[in-house]
Design a protein around this ligand. Structure first.
Ligand code: ATP
Ligand code: MG
Length: 768
């Protein structure tokens, strides 16, 4: 029997028996060569379709399948099978995915399956591969040995300088927008010379900026993110010998999350694959969530039609989630009109119903998440790292972090930084700190040249030395250098500007509320404008976080209880807020293993957790207001909801707030539940407290006691309807309570009908 027939016989045999195959049951395969196959850990825990993909003859392969159906598992097992069965040299394998975390996981799982070192395999992200290539062939790529990577911030700054040099009006030629043009051209593989004859008159200016920008990059050996891929592509294009070297090396290429590749990544793949090498791609059209960054969902179709003899395998069994969770996910994604179409099924138990929670506001929502987590950890045996809390925007983590901190719950933020650790937030806090106390040295150093005002390291060094020699603060030292003309003219002017700015901000802030001081620090300092001018998504995120900080300041006044004295002066509120922010930033650091996972829905791609909370399910937040009225982006947003729901293995919680302050509507406004909630069939959902879809009716006294039963266990101090007086806001009655011990809060309705939440221990509250 030749090898091919033997293999075929084995596959048919294994496929036929697979439904009865359990890990520990050895199958007797009547072929000496393959007798070990069924016991082989590479093959045993796979269903028929998965096995077909893993053991397919060497060919181009497309695995198209829904969430949790084992795509990543198949890819890793295929990789191992290539080595173990086809005796492929690990050196000949190139495997790519989209995040470093996923790449590390891929390496770990391959090493475990094969018990070999994975060092000689190229497993990584597209960017890291391109970077590795350019480092190895910098000369041929036209780069100096020590070429530098230009991040998004650097890029925007450089574009702004060019706009000024070219004496263009900054107002009509926004640096951020110009950088976006450049990135898009690079993503599409276009250099200035490629655009020369075709450029539309409307794009003439960005094109000219692109020429200048590229000239500077070349001159100084700078490479931006788009350039990494484009340049390594060009390297291959212009150096056939190098391309040949990689083509003859990477005989087997495997790519996970293929639905999120963009044009240049596709071109890159096509180049290294050539006609000889075999490519396996796995993906899910329903999980394409990076269209806004140029990803082409159509690459899946292109691959199937452009690569020879592509064998397509579909996986339909989901192994991750309970039936209820999977049915809910299917029901949501079904509403997208332009799908390739597939429905997942599972043999798993029906599982618990999805829990829905309508929170009064963002704090209430975070409190519910925290309390539920505590309950699950204490009584259901889950460990913190089995839980994920997902949200649409980075800025949403701020309230969750605050409540988790108050309750000393361990958490880790993935793919992002804690709210008060974020660059833009720390910059704003530094300005607030200087307004409160100009002698704060760290704050001084942090923002003396942010936004850039021409104070370089030498000037700063002079200030520092003066401060040390005279035993004074940086602030006093700066003034001293001005008074004694210690600086060269330009530096002198720059320091003067900074000193004048801080003095102006302090004056503007005198006697003002915390929210007003924050507003001065964020806007009058030029910080908001500065971050706004960074490139696309980054700018949106940073300005949203600054808006969120302003909201935090406004809310701090409401929830604050740390200040003991009766009449609170604005200075002590400011100091108290800054101290708390510093504590929040520095406290409770946990490693991955014993911490609850907080992350955006985008960064949850490819991951799974026994318990998942999808929070902020409100119209305009999720779906995001920016995607509305754009059918393509609306579909992409629903795919993001699908990604979120399908991360859950056993328990799923979906929450929204009745009122929330968001970065685009800074006051607490009434919210509408997200369409995705409505799309989950009612039989899969069980609501804690209010069912938002029940007809609204006026609140009666009885409702006050049953509204949120989860919180009514802890009403030791306050009871519904009891009368209470707030020392500043006057008399009212208790509507509701929530939280426990230190973070226990009460909702009070005042005589004018307004309602507010306070910490129960607030010294302003007096019970009658
Ligand atoms: P996503 O679309 O979210 O990236 P995926 O299709 O890549 O998901 P995997 O992460 O590979 O799915 O698998 C989902 C879960 O199902 C994992 O926990 C995996 O170990 C498990 N799984 C996959 N196939 C099987 C199988 N045949 N038997 C048992 N468990 C399986
Ligand atoms: Mg996967």
């Amino acid at each position: 029997m030749d090898e091919f027939t033997a293999r075929l016989a084995c596959i048919i045999f294994v496929n036929a028996y697979l439904p009865f195959c359990h890990r520990k049951v050895a199958l007797t395969i009547p072929l000496s060569n393959y007798s070990a196959a069924a016991e082989n850990p590479i093959l045993c825990d796979l269903n028929q379709e998965q096995l077909k993909a893993v053991t397919a003859p060497i060919s181009n392969l497309l695995v198209l399948a829904g969430a949790g159906s084992g795509k990543t598992r198949v890819l890793v097992h295929r990789l191992a099978w290539l080595i173990d069965h086809y005796h492929v040299n690990p050196h000949e394998i190139l495997a790519m995915t989209f995040t470093n975390k996923a790449a590390a996981e891929m390496k770990r799982r391959t090493a475990k399956l094969l018990n070999v070192s994975v060092k000689s395999m190229w497993i990584g992200t597209f960017h890291s591969m391109a970077y590795r290539l350019l480092r190895q062939h910098h000369r041929e790529a036209g780069l100096p040995e020590n070429f530098e990577i230009l991040d998004a911030d650097d890029q925007i700054r450089m574009v702004r300088r060019i706009i000024r040099q070219m004496e263009l009006t900054e107002h009509t030629n926004d640096a951020r927008e110009m950088a976006q043009y450049i990135n898009r051209w690079k993503d599409d593989g276009l250099r200035p010379q490629d655009l020369e004859n075709t450029i539309h008159a409307r794009k003439r200016t960005p094109y000219q900026i692109y020429i200048k920008y590229q000239e500077i990059c070349e001159k100084h050996g700078l490479v931006d993110f788009g350039d990494l891929l484009l340049r390594s592509h060009e390297l291959w294009l212009n150096h056939k010998d190098i391309l040949e070297q990689y083509r003859s090396r990477f005989r087997h290429i495997l790519i996970d999350e293929f639905q999120d590749t963009n044009l240049i990544q596709y071109a890159w793949l096509t180049m290294v694959a050539g006609t000889q090498n075999r490519v396996m791609v796995v993906g899910d059209d329903d999980q394409s969530i990076y269209g806004w960054r140029g990803a082409q969902i159509t690459n899946i179709r292109r691959f199937a039609s452009e690569y020879p003899n592509v064998q397509t395998i579909k996986l339909e069994q989901n192994y991750r989630s309970t039936q209820v969770i999977l049915n809910a996910a299917n029901a949501v994604i079904k509403n997208n009109p332009s799908r390739l179409g597939k429905t997942l099924w599972t043999q798993a138990d029906e599982g618990e119903k999805i829990t829905g929670f309508k929170a009064a506001n963002g704090f209430d929502e975070a409190d519910f998440v925290a309390q539920t987590c505590e309950h699950l950890l204490e009584t259901k045996g889950f460990s913190p790292n089995q839980v994920a809390v997902l949200y649409r925007n980075n800025s949403q983590s701020r309230i969750i972090e605050q409540i988790f901190n108050q309750r000393a719950m361990p958490f880790i933020i993935h793919g992002g930084t804690r709210f008060y650790d974020r660059l833009e937030v720390r910059n704003a806090l530094a300005y607030m700190r200087l307004i409160q106390n100009p002698h704060a040295n760290a704050a001084f150093e942090r923002v003396v040249n942010v936004p850039s005002r021409g104070i370089g390291s030498r000037t700063l060094e002079t200030i520092r030395t003066t401060a040390t020699q005279n035993n004074i603060s940086n602030w006093d030292a700066a003034k001293h250098t001005l008074e004694n003309n210690l600086l060269p003219t330009r530096a002198d002017r720059a320091v003067k500007t900074f000193v004048a700015l801080i003095e102006k901000l302090s004056k503007q802030s005198q006697g003002k509320s915390l929210a007003d001081v924050a507003n001065v620090a964020v806007r009058a300092s030029g910080l908001y404008k500065f971050h706004e001018s960074e490139s696309g998504e980054l700018a949106r995120m940073r300005t949203e976080n600054l808006d969120e900080l302003l909201i935090a300041c406004a809310q701090f006044a409401i929830f604050d209880t740390d200040i003991e004295q009766e009449e609170v002066d604005s200075d002590s509120v400011l100091r108290d807020f800054l101290d708390r922010a510093t504590l929040d930033a520095g406290d409770h650091r946990n490693d991955d293993n014993d911490a609850i996972n907080l992350m955006t829905l985008h960064s949850a791609k490819g991951l799974e957790f026994p318990v998942v909370f999808v929070t902020g399910l409100e119209e305009d937040l999720f779906p995001h207001y920016l995607v509305k009225n754009d059918p393509d982006r609306e579909e992409e947003e629903r795919r993001l909801a699908y990604v979120g729901i399908t991360r859950a293995m056993q328990r799923l919680y979906v929450t929204f707030a009745d009122t929330r302050a968001t970065s685009f509507q800074q006051r607490e406004t009434k919210r509408t539940p997200s369409r995705y909630l409505r799309e989950i069939p009612a039989q899969y959902l069980s609501w804690v407290g209010d069912n938002p879809y029940e007809k609204e009716r006026p609140l009666s006294c009885d409702d006050l006691y049953v509204r949120s039963p989860i919180y009514l266990n802890n009403t030791a101090q306050y009871y519904g309807n009891s009368r209470i007086t707030h020392k500043k806001l006057g008399p009212g009655r208790v509507l509701n309570t929530r939280g426990e011990s230190d973070s226990k809060q009460v909702e009070i309705e005042f005589s004018d009908g307004s309602r507010k939440w306070f910490l129960a221990s607030s010294p302003f509250l007096v019970q009658e």
